[in-house]
Design a protein around this ligand. Structure first.
Ligand code: GLU
Length: 325
């Protein structure tokens, strides 16, 4: 009899104990969010990694952010649109086209409205990298050449097509137009399998550093009347100089650039995005350490070049800091 009681009591004790423990362990469970980034050999990916580590350290934020690599900007806007990503890095030109459903086939009549800005970060230069052997000196010389326009789903591809258009080069006039990932593009440049490749990425991006180490490539400028026409038609472009030897033995060149920015799904709770934004600005040192391009993020410049409405959580943070009225 005594024994039977004990047997019955034991599960009850276990259940009671679990009931006491469960709420505490549930509270400790971190909310999982995803950050859509970009090329493993680019700048978005290491930056997203840094943000993930920064927010993980903030105990009361209770977040665990996983970083997804992707073709980048266009794909990332679409991932936000479908709710498959919570945060994303993308170019400001692409953010504008996506939000307003204009300019690019991917967004025309399919605007992505559920996207709110957090901050803009650094200029992304359109690096037009050519093999020295190709003899290409200007974008106009790309006619008949084998050219990588960018990865599938990238902002790079959109920039490549707009720049070619400004120089009067139709895609059909290229010897071959490829859409392959950035690391593969660098390999093909080094092997001479392609003559040129476009990369819209931060200054000092690993994929460009790596291409120049081969000693076989050069930068082609985007300047003059063509660049002016480009900026007139697509006002997100600005002119940026790449100082000599930014990459191994590279001659000074001027090209055009857009801005990298961070966005979140608009329906993410205001408080979550507020605390996410605060966590990054509270630990700018670690953010800046992620990549030389990341050093451009400051509170004062965080809204420069932002073409879409701020996420309410980010807006709350900027108001609190007095940088937004
Ligand atoms: N801006 C690039 C794109 O959308 C991605 C750059 C990167 O990953 O650093 O094509």
């Amino acid at each position: 009899m005594k024994c039977r009681h004990r047997v019955l009591l034991l599960p009850l004790v276990v259940i009671l104990a679990l009931a006491l423990v469960a709420p505490a362990s549930l509270a400790q469970q971190r909310r999982l969010v995803t950050i859509a980034s970009g090329w493993v050999v680019g700048v978005y990916y290491p930056l997203a990694g840094a943000m993930s580590r920064i927010v993980y350290k903030v105990k009361d934020l209770n977040l665990r952010a996983t970083v997804e690599s992707s073709g980048a900007s266009v794909a990332n806007a679409q991932l936000i649109g479908t709710g498959d990503a919570d945060f994303a890095l993308l170019q400001n030109d692409i953010a504008f086209y996506a939000y307003n459903g204009v300019t690019l086939g991917a967004f025309k009549d399919k605007p992505i409205k559920n996207m709110g800005a957090i901050f803009t970060i650094y200029p992304e230069l359109i690096h037009v990298v050519v093999t020295k052997a190709s003899g290409v000196r200007s974008v106009g010389d790309l006619k008949g050449k084998k050219v990588v326009l960018g990865p599938q789903g990238s902002g790079t591809e959109a920039n490549a097509l707009q720049i070619l258009e400004a120089y009067g080069v139709k895609e059909g006039a290229l010897g071959k137009a490829e859409r392959i990932d950035a690391a593969a593009a660098a390999d093909q440049l080094k092997d001479g399998r392609v003559d040129a490749a476009f990369f819209t990425t931060g200054m000092g991006s690993a994929v460009i550093v790596d291409s120049f180490i081969s000693g076989k490539v050069a930068l082609v400028p985007v300047i003059g009347g063509e660049a002016q026409a480009l900026v007139k038609k697509y006002p997100f472009y600005t002119s940026v100089k790449v100082p000599a030897n930014t990459y191994k033995d590279q001659a000074e060149a001027t090209t055009v650039a857009v801005m990298a920015m961070m966005v979140a799904r608009s329906d993410l709770p205001e408080d979550l995005v507020y605390r996410f934004t605060k966590a990054i600005f509270d630990d700018l040192k670690q953010f800046h350490a992620a990549h030389s391009a990341a050093q451009n993020l400051t509170l004062e410049t965080a809204m420069n070049g932002n073409p879409i409405p701020l996420h309410p959580g980010a807006a709350r943070f900027y108001k609190e800091k007095g940088v937004l009225k």
